[in-house]
Design a protein around this ligand. Structure first.
Ligand code: GDP
Ligand code: MG
Length: 162
């Protein structure tokens, strides 16, 4: 079976944009997992000729009060079922407490993680991306999911991780 890659992170960091970029804008909702898992949408894709299943953890309603824990809960289930994880962080807003919450969960889960520093649309964003070393997840990979900048090199690393 195709390895499973969970895409996690706060709302609006660009998770779904990254999924669409990987899928080549295919309308590719293969499975809308029912019940308590409805917030995790699975897609079948491939990169470099290798199949992979993407799990986009977006789409649930945000209850502002419980936001951090709800996101982490959804991300946690996706991560448990994944072979590897991409944590997406938005460099234009920087690290928030929600990001830190998800990072702690990822540490506990012990799955391989790569860090995507998204919204690095041009070289000016590279400096902000470097600040994400502070998350303790290793090298932040600067990408622009929207424009494609850095995405191919990043995905080559993702495939190697899986
Ligand atoms: P999600 O909630 O994490 O799935 O985020 P979305 O993929 O829905 O994106 C949230 C917003 O960020 C949208 O307005 C996107 O167009 C925008 N966005 C996503 N990726 C990028 C990027 O690389 N650069 C910029 N400038 N905006 C982006
Ligand atoms: Mg989304």
């Amino acid at each position: 079976p195709a390895p499973v890659l969970a895409i996690v992170g706060r709302p609006n960091v660009g998770k779904s944009t990254l999924v669409n970029r990987i899928l080549g804008r295919r309308e590719a909702v293969v499975e809308d997992v029912p019940g308590v898992t409805r917030d995790r949408v699975r897609y079948r894709g491939e990169w470099g000729g290798r199949p992979l299943t993407l799990v986009d953890t977006g789409g649930w309603d945000i209850d502002a009060k419980g936001m951090a824990s709800r996101i982490a809960e959804q991300a946690e289930v996706a991560v448990e079922q994944a072979d590897g994880v991409v944590l997406v962080v938005d460099v234009t807003t920087g690290v928030t407490s929600t990001d830190e919450h998800v990072v702690r969960m990822l540490r506990r889960a012990g799955k391989p993680v790569l860090l995507a520093a998204n919204k690095v649309d041009d070289e000016r964003g590279e400096i902000a991306a470097a600040e994400l070393w502070s998350l303790g997840l290793g090298e932040p990979h600067p990408i622009s999911a929207m424009h494609g900048r850095g995405v191919a090199d990043f995905l080559d690393e993702v495939i190697e991780m899986l």
